[in-house]
Ligand binder design. Structure first.
Ligand SMILES: Nc1nc2c(ncn2[C@@H]2O[C@H](COP(=O)(O)OP(=O)(O)OP(=O)(O)O)[C@@H](O)[C@H]2O)c(=O)[nH]1
Ligand SMILES: [Mg+2]
Length: 485
C-alpha cells in the first residue's frame, strides 16, 4: 500500500475515534464546489446555504418540499488549517444597499452546514430527527488542470506550453512572452532575477488569454492565475523555456533552475492538493460559465471543451493511471452546471442545458465514463433578472429585465448601473451542435451583460428572504437529495 494511502486512512481513523469519544457520530458528506475563475462558486455556495438556513422555497429538493428539513445551521468546520468560507461577509455584500456581488475569492475555503431532518423512513412513523453535516469545499477549478502535469517532466511541459502559445488563438496574447523567450539561452547561468522576469511575462500572457477578449480556459499551471496563499513563492517562479533542440543542460543553468522549481511545484503544490483535499470529496459540482465562452467566440468554446476534458479526467477513477500515484477519488456524483442562466429568457434554459450536455459528451469522448454519475443542468443561483416582453418593429420579443452593472455595454450604449433595462438577449440556437461549431453572437452585439444582484427583501423576523433562483433546487437534490432521504 502506498504510504499516502496509509496516512490518509490513519487520519480518518483518528478523526473517527475523536467523534466517537465525544458521542457525536453524525454522517458527513463532503461537497466540492469548483469552476474556473468567475464561474459563480461564491454566489452558488452563499445562495445554497442561505436557502437551507432560511427555509427557501425549493420544490425540486425533496427533503425541503416534503417539509422534512427541520433546521439548518452553521457549525465550526473540522479542518483547522483550511480557511473558512466567509458566508456572512458574502451575504452582507448581497444584502447591502445597493446590493453588490461578493468579492472574488482566490483560494480554497470550507464551511460546515448541519441539517436536521426527518428521514422518509422515520417520517412515516413520526419518529425522531436525524442530522447530516455538509462540509462544503470551495476551490479554484484551475487547480484541476494541473493533474496532467504530474505525468509530464519539465522538458515535455515546456514544449507543450510553447506550442500552445504559438497557436492561432493565443498568438496575440502571447506575443510579448514569445518575443522575450526568443532571446533566452537556456544553458546560460541560472539567474534568479531573469527567472522571475520570465515567469512574470508568462503569467501576463496567461491572464491576457483569460480576459473577456479571448476568454480561454486551459492555462496551466493553475496556481499561476490562482496562487492562493503561494503568491510570490519560488515554487511559483518558473516558466517554460525553449530547449532549441538540446536535451542536456549544465547544472547551475537557467534550465536546471526552472526545472527544479517546476518539480517543486508538482511535489509541494499539486500533489498535496489532490491528496489532502480533492481525494476526500464525496460529491462535486462543477460550475461552468458557458455563456462567457459563447460570447468569446469559437476559440473560447473549443478551449472550454479542452478544459472540461481535463477536469472530467480528474473524476475518472479506475481507468486513470494518473491516480495510481495518489489515490482514487471517491466522488460518486457530479453535477455539471451552466451558471448565470438568468441572462437568458426561460425559453433558452433547456437549450443551454443541451449545449452543456453536448460539450460534456464531447469531453468524455466515446469511452464509456466509468467514474461517477454525471448530471447536467443550467441554473442561476441568484436570479438578477425578471422576464418581460418588448415590442420591436411590430414583433414581440421575450426580454429579460434587470439593472446592467455600471460600465456594461451593448452596442454603443454604456450603462450607468442605476436604471433597469429590458434586454433581448437573443435565443441560443436550437441545435446545440451549432452553438459549439462557430455560432457567434452578431458582431459587435454583446448580448450578455452583467446585472447587479436583485434587491434584497427583509423578513419581519430579521434577516433577508433567500433570493429568487433558477433550478438551484434541482442542483441541491442531485447533489445531496439521497443523503436526506
Ligand atoms: N446574473 C447572475 N450573475 C451571477 C450569478 N452567479 C455569479 N454571477 C456573476 O458572476 C460573478 C462571479 O461570481 P462568483 O460567485 O464570485 O464566482 P467565483 O467562481 O466565486 O469567482 P472567483 O472567486 O473569482 O473564482 C459575480 O460577480 C456575478 O457578476 C447568477 O446566479 N446570476
Ligand atoms: Mg469565489
Amino acid at each position: 500500500m502506498p504510504l499516502s494511502t496509509y496516512t490518509h486512512a490513519a487520519g480518518d481513523a483518528v478523526r473517527n475515534v475523536g467523534d466517537l469519544a465525544s458521542g457525536l457520530v453524525t454522517p458527513t458528506v463532503r461537497l466540492g464546489v469548483t469552476g474556473l475563475a468567475r464561474s459563480g462558486k461564491t454566489v452558488f455556495i452563499t445562495a445554497l446555504v442561505h436557502n437551507l438556513i432560511a427555509g427557501g422555497r425549493l420544490p425540486f429538493f425533496d427533503a425541503a418540499a416534503e417539509g422534512r428539513v427541520l433546521r439548518a445551521y452553521l457549525e465550526p468546520q473540522p479542518d483547522e488549517i483550511v480557511p473558512r468560507f466567509e458566508y456572512e461577509k458574502h451575504l452582507a455584500d448581497l444584502t447591502a444597499a445597493p446590493p453588490t456581488w461578493p468579492e472574488s475569492t482566490r483560494r480554497i475555503s470550507q464551511l460546515r452546514l448541519t441539517v436536521e431532518y426527518t428521514s422518509t423512513r422515520f417520517w412515516k412513523r413520526q419518529l425522531g430527527r436525524e442530522r447530516l453535516h455538509i462540509d462544503i469545499v470551495d476551490y479554484p477549478g484551475e487547480w484541476l488542470l494541473d493533474l496532467p502535469l504530474l505525468q509530464r517532466d519539465y522538458a515535455a511541459w515546456s514544449q507543450d506550453a510553447i506550442a500552445q502559445a504559438r497557436a492561432a488563438d493565443r498568438k496575440a496574447a502571447a506575443k510579448d512572452w514569445n518575443d522575450a523567450l526568443a532571446g533566452i539561452d537556456p544553458a546560460a547561468p541560472g539567474d534568479e532575477a531573469l527567472a522571475a522576469t520570465l515567469s512574470d511575462q508568462f503569467k501576463a500572457y496567461l491572464s491576457a488569454a483569460r480576459s473577456d477578449q479571448y476568454a480561454l480556459s486551459t492555462l496551466p499551471p493553475g496556481r499561476f492565475l490562482m496562487p492562493g496563499d503561494l503568491a510570490g513563492s519560488p515554487a511559483l517562479t518558473f516558466a517554460p523555456l525553449d530547449a532549441k533542440g538540446a536535451d542536456r543542460f549544465p547544472r547551475g543553468s537557467l534550465w536546471s533552475l526552472m526545472e527544479r522549481r517546476y518539480e517543486a511545484y508538482k511535489s509541494y503544490v499539486v500533489r498535496p492538493f489532490f491528496r489532502d483535499h480533492f481525494a476526500r470529496l464525496d460529491r462535486q459540482i462543477v460550475l461552468i460559465d458557458v455563456l462567457a465562452a459563447l460570447n468569446g467566440g469559437p476559440a473560447a468554446v473549443a478551449d472550454l471543451e479542452r478544459a472540461m476534458t481535463e477536469i472530467l479526467e480528474c473524476y475518472r477513477t479506475g481507468a486513470n493511471n494518473l491516480w495510481s500515484s495518489l489515490f482514487a477519488p471517491r466522488i460518486d456524483r457530479i453535477v455539471l452546471a451552466a451558471t448565470k442562466a438568468d441572462h437568458l429568457h426561460h425559453q433558452s434554459h433547456d437549450r443551454l442545458e443541451a449545449i452543456l450536455s453536448l460539450l460534456t459528451d464531447k469531453a468524455l469522448g466515446r469511452a464509456r465514463y466509468r467514474g461517477a454519475d454525471v448530471k447536467v443542468l443550467a441554473l442561476a443561483a441568484i436570479r438578477a433578472t425578471q422576464e418581460g416582453e418588448a415590442k420591436h418593429g411590430g414583433e414581440t420579443l421575450p426580454c429579460i429585465v434587470g439593472y446592467p452593472l455600471k460600465g456594461e455595454k451593448i452596442g454603443r450604449r454604456t450603462f450607468d448601473g442605476n436604471e433597469p433595462f429590458a434586454i433581448f438577449p437573443g435565443d441560443l440556437p436550437e441545435d446545440p451542435k451549432k452553438a459549439l461549431s462557430g455560432w457567434q453572437t452578431e458582431a459587435g452585439d454583446m448580448r450578455f451583460v452583467r446585472f447587479r444582484p436583485p434587491d434584497p427583501v427583509p423578513l419581519p423576523s430579521g434577516g433577508f428572504a433567500p433570493f429568487p433562483n433558477i433550478r438551484l433546487d434541482r442542483a441541491i437534490q442531485a447533489l445531496i437529495g439521497d443523503r436526506l432521504a
